[in-house]
Design a protein around this ligand. Structure first.
Ligand SMILES: [Fe+2]
Length: 295
């Protein structure tokens, strides 16, 4: 049987005490489209084609509820469940349980994060927004893990991710399931929690225009722009209304797994550039004014 293989990050699902403000932020500031709102008030927001890339559910707490990954479609949901069970991972198949995804496999990673794995999501007819930031896609998740080694092994062995770079020995650990430098960044910590979610922008001009849009809507940049070391993405960070960190980035390194290198770029100091352990976060020497490690 084929192995379970994730190939992209599909969505992030948030609980929110301030769901109306969060929905306004995602529609007015970020430029996503509100596709559907459930009877419980859950809002399904699309970046462009997918039925949803962000879910906001009214709650008495704030925080991430679930991460969604799309699989390569080579296994049915029952086969995914069986393959995971063979690795000692318990998962359940859910059908017609939520809008936009008719069937998915639900499980927890070794850090306790709830995951939904699916082959197909409905498409949204709404398309890309025309005002606000309007990113290209939801690109990656960074989370703090209280169970680092086992969690990295889980994403590599159970879901088909590859490790690329690290920052410091065991501090930030980058993994990908496609050609992006990272789809996941797992940060060593004493507790499991969201570190940040990140949206990809079109180019450098989109990066600075996005800072104008953020400022206009009262979400000033809290760090950046700067070019990262690992991944070389130019990044800015800001807070959403629930004080969760959102990264906007462009120019991320492209991984070539067949060669074990990143596509050469003029700003790379090493050619060929191979996955490695980096010191520090910024290749421009820009100091952090916020401690992302303590979020
Ligand atoms: Fe990031």
């Amino acid at each position: 049987m084929a192995k379970v293989k994730a190939f992209r990050l599909g969505f992030a699902d948030f609980a929110s005490q301030n769901s109306e403000q969060m929905i306004e932020y995602y529609t007015e500031t970020m430029g996503l489209k509100l596709v559907e709102q459930g009877k419980d008030g859950s809002a399904y927001l699309s970046n462009g084609l997918d039925h949803h890339n962000i879910i906001i559910t009214p709650s008495d707490i704030n925080g991430i509820r679930c991460y969604g990954y799309q699989l390569d479609g080579k296994l049915t949901m029952e086969e995914v469940q069986k393959e995971l069970a063979a690795q000692g991972i318990s998962a359940i198949v859910k059908k017609d349980a939520k809008p936009g995804i008719s069937e998915f496999v639900e499980l927890k990673d070794p850090s306790g994060n709830l995951l939904h794995l699916y082959n197909q999501m409905d498409q949204a007819a709404s398309g890309f927004g025309i005002s606000g930031v309007v990113p290209l896609k939801l690109g990656h998740i960074a989370f703090c893990s209280n169970n680092l080694k086992e969690t990295i092994r889980f994403y590599e062995e159970a879901l088909g991710f590859s490790s690329t770079d690290q920052i410091g020995e065991d501090f930030a650990n980058f993994l990908t399931c496609n050609s992006d430098h990272h789809v996941l960044n797992i940060v060593a910590s004493t507790e499991t929690k969201l570190h940040h979610i990140a949206f990809q922008l079109k180019d450098a001009s989109h990066q600075y225009l996005s800072s104008d849009v953020l400022a206009k809507h009262g979400h000033p940049v809290i760090w950046g722009p700067s070019r990262h070391t690992a991944g070389h993405n130019i990044a800015t960070y800001h807070y959403d209304p629930d004080h969760q960190v959102i990264e906007l980035y462009t120019d991320m390194d492209v991984y070539i797994p067949e060669l074990g290198i990143f596509e050469p770029r003029p700003w790379h100091k090493e050619l060929p550039l191979k996955p490695k352990v980096w010191d520090g976060l910024s290749s421009w020497g820009t100091d952090f004014v916020m401690d992302l490690g303590k979020i």
